[in-house]
Write a protein that binds this ligand. Structure first.
Ligand SMILES: [Ca+2]
Length: 267
């Protein structure tokens, strides 16, 4: 009997357990439709996402293109910058070249000036070294060949002044040089380099009132230091080719005053 009860309890427990295992009630039609709707919504959403993804994927080539463009732009910017830098460098070079050219020009001018200066210095040296007239070459002309010194008194007593002239040829009448009348003296001398003569025999002629002394190369060749009316004196001398010094001294006491010097080649 006891065993029967235990068996019964066990059976009851077993049935309870079995019943508990199949506790869920069967799914209703409404719930199934609800589930179906939800699932379909999820599919749709997923489809939209896929579509979006596909669209994004489609834009990738465009994006790649954009990236290339940007890259190209960057490259262009770089290229522009490079060109600008080059231009700047070239401008700087050009400026530098221009300055260099200016400097070179100045240096060249400086060298030219130095050359000119050297030439002038050489010319000056030549001029200083050579005589004013080369001895073998007669001057083309001498406008003033005598310097005359005028004195008060018959013996060069008081210096009054001087003048220059190319010939000695005066007839002062009762007057004289520098406003003087009577009692004066005059000394003429050829100015360096003196007077050019071709070689030959020359006749020197003096007409004088009153006294005269004529020197040729320092040698007294006419000596008439006396008072008298106008008188002509002459003397012949041989001269070598070249420059010769002539000095003429003259005095006047009173009355008429005449002095004239000339020369000519005789042979
Ligand atoms: Ca006289």
């Amino acid at each position: 009997m006891k065993k029967g009860i235990i068996f019964l309890v066990l059976v009851v427990l077993l049935v309870g357990i079995l019943l508990a295992g199949c506790g869920e009630p069967p799914v209703s039609q409404a719930k199934f439709q609800q589930f179906q709707t939800k699932t379909e919504g999820q599919f749709t959403a997923q489809g939209a996402r896929i579509g979006e993804a596909e669209r994004v994927v489609k834009t990738i080539p465009d994006m790649a293109k954009d990236i290339t463009t940007i890259k190209n732009d960057r490259d262009t910017d770089k290229a522009v910058q490079l060109v600008q830098d080059q231009l700047k460098a070239e401008k700087a070079d050009r400026q530098s070249d221009a300055l260099k050219a200016q400097l070179d020009a100045l240096k060249a001018k400086d060298a030219e000036l130095e050359k000119d200066i050297a030439e002038i210095e050489n010319e000056l040296k030549d001029i200083n070294q050579s005589p004013q007239y080369p001895p073998s070459y007669p001057p083309s002309y001498q406008s003033q060949i005598f310097r005359a010194e005028v004195y008060n008194g018959e013996n060069f007593d008081q210096y009054i002044g001087s003048f220059q002239e190319s010939t000695i040829d005066h007839d002062w009448g009762s007057g004289g040089p520098a406003g003087l009348t009577d009692y004066f003296s005059v000394r003429w001398e050829s100015i360096s380099p003196d007077i050019w003569f071709e070689s030959g025999n020359y006749q020197f002629k003096v007409r004088v009132d009153d006294g005269v002394r004529l020197y040729l190369d320092g040698q007294l060749i006419i000596d008439k230091w006396l008072t008298h009316a106008a008188t002509t004196y002459q003397v012949e001398r041989y001269l070598s080719q070249g420059y010769h010094n002539i000095r003429l001294e003259y005095f006047e006491r009173a009355g008429q005053a005449v002095i004239r010097l000339s020369w000519q080649l005789k042979s």
